[in-house]
Design a protein around this ligand. Structure first.
Ligand SMILES: Cc1cc2nc3c(=O)[nH]c(=O)nc-3n(C[C@H](O)[C@H](O)[C@H](O)COP(=O)(O)OP(=O)(O)OC[C@H]3O[C@@H](n4cnc5c(N)ncnc54)[C@H](O)[C@@H]3O)c2cc1C
Length: 341
């Protein structure tokens, strides 16, 4: 039986650390969102905020991390870190954490972030709160308080890891607000030479095949469609085009491939917070609602006046979408046409 490693005292673990993800020379928006929140908590509770960047050619991103709230940036450059590799990333971040002992370690709830976080938690013998949508600190014991939607978003479970360190969490994209860069901020960049044995990495990237992805998390307007539309997206596409809106779908529509998974809104999809959401033929299951409930104005169209989506809507249209959506399209066209004249 493995004997658990004895952790140093909790008070020896200090600060909030964020692992920044990046691609093509740019840090991902979710990482800036997490860093923004870390800065807010750091200011509130007088705690240092640090960022970790792994890869190659990281100088510009390291500077931007300071402008966006980091006090210290640990930059680890190595060819083996150019692409995400669980072997090298887990080793490098574990080494850094064991040396510097951050109290809190935050990662993005992305494919790579989730993969890395789980592996780190095992190596570091600590707990991990996955898919957090709200973060705070309980100041008396410097405990991270992570809120995670449960039962399809109908409850928010508050999770604390009281005994092990670091306190780890992955944070869902689109739920926090990134801080605007402030070029007058100063901080320290630490260049770290990693210890990556040549035989550590057992997989190799042979070719990068670009995949077209869509990010609807930042859309200002969204037309979201559910199973009520059947398998024909034409009306929804026309309405979205007229409104200059992005298209979102419920999971059943993503499951049948009517739209790619990037368009799926909800607890296992994307969280969106548009100014306007028009929701068509969606019942309003908690799994869907949890991804769109922060929209500023929600207009829902459903034939069933008892549909749950109406409990979350500012305007409820009880009607057959096949009648009301074409009318809406015509009205919009008439308005656009009259203003264009
Ligand atoms: C672990 C788990 C995770 C999940 N994650 C997600 C997720 O991330 N996102 C997600 O969306 N779902 C998710 N789901 C599925 C979710 O629980 C619901 O099943 C799903 O959201 C329902 O999709 P829907 O509203 O399109 O379909 P339905 O529930 O079938 O609703 C269709 C609606 O269309 C209306 N309608 C039908 N005809 C018309 C018409 N002519 N005019 C107007 N209205 C009409 C009906 O009245 C009905 O309300 C998840 C489920 C599980 C178990």
């Amino acid at each position: 039986m493995n004997k658990a490693k004895k952790s140093p005292k909790a008070s020896e673990w200090q600060g909030i650390w964020v692992v920044l993800e990046h691609a093509k020379g740019k840090v991902s928006s979710v990482s800036w969102e997490i860093l923004g929140k870390a800065r807010e908590l750091g200011d509130k509770y007088d705690t240092k905020v640090s960022a970790i960047l792994l890869g190659v050619n990281l100088d510009d991103m390291a500077r931007e991390a300071i402008h966006r709230g980091a006090d210290d940036v640990y930059v680890v450059e190595h060819e083996a870190l150019m692409h995400y590799s669980w072997e090298a990333y887990t080793k490098v971040v574990t080494d850094l954490v064991e040396k510097h002992r951050p109290n809190i370690l935050l990662l993005a709830a992305t494919h790579n972030g989730r993969d890395l976080a789980g592996r780190l938690a095992i190596r570091l013998n600590t707990g991990l709160t996955a898919d957090v949508v709200e973060l705070d600190i309980e100041p008396e014991r410097a405990l991270l308080v992570g809120s995670v939607p449960g039962f399809g978003g109908s409850i928010l479970a508050v999770i604390k890891c009281e005994h092990s360190r670091p306190q780890m969490a992955t944070v869902r994209p689109g739920v926090l607000i990134a801080k605007e860069p402030d070029p007058s901020r100063t901080g320290k960049i630490h260049k770290i030479a990693p210890d990556i044995p040549p035989d550590l990495i057992t997989t190799q990237v042979l070719q990068e095949i670009p995949v077209e992805t869509v990010d609807i998390s930042k859309a200002k307007r969204i037309v979201a469609a559910g199973r009520g539309i059947g398998t024909n997206l034409e009306l929804v596409e026309e309405l979205a085009e007229l409104l200059d809106a992005s298209i979102g779908v419920t999971r059943p529509l993503a499951d049948i491939g009517l739209k790619s998974r990037d368009h799926q809104i909800g607890s296992t999809g994307v969280t969106v917070r548009p100014k306007l959401a028009i929701i068509i033929g969606v019942s309003g299951a908690a799994h869907f609602v949890s991804g769109i409930q922060d929209a500023e104005t929600i207009i829902s169209i459903n034939i069933d006046e008892e549909a749950l989506i109406f409990d979350h809507s500012d305007y409820c249209v009880v009607a057959d979408l096949n009648e009301v959506v074409p009318e809406l399209i015509e009205a919009l066209k008439a308005r656009l046409y009259s203003t264009a004249k």
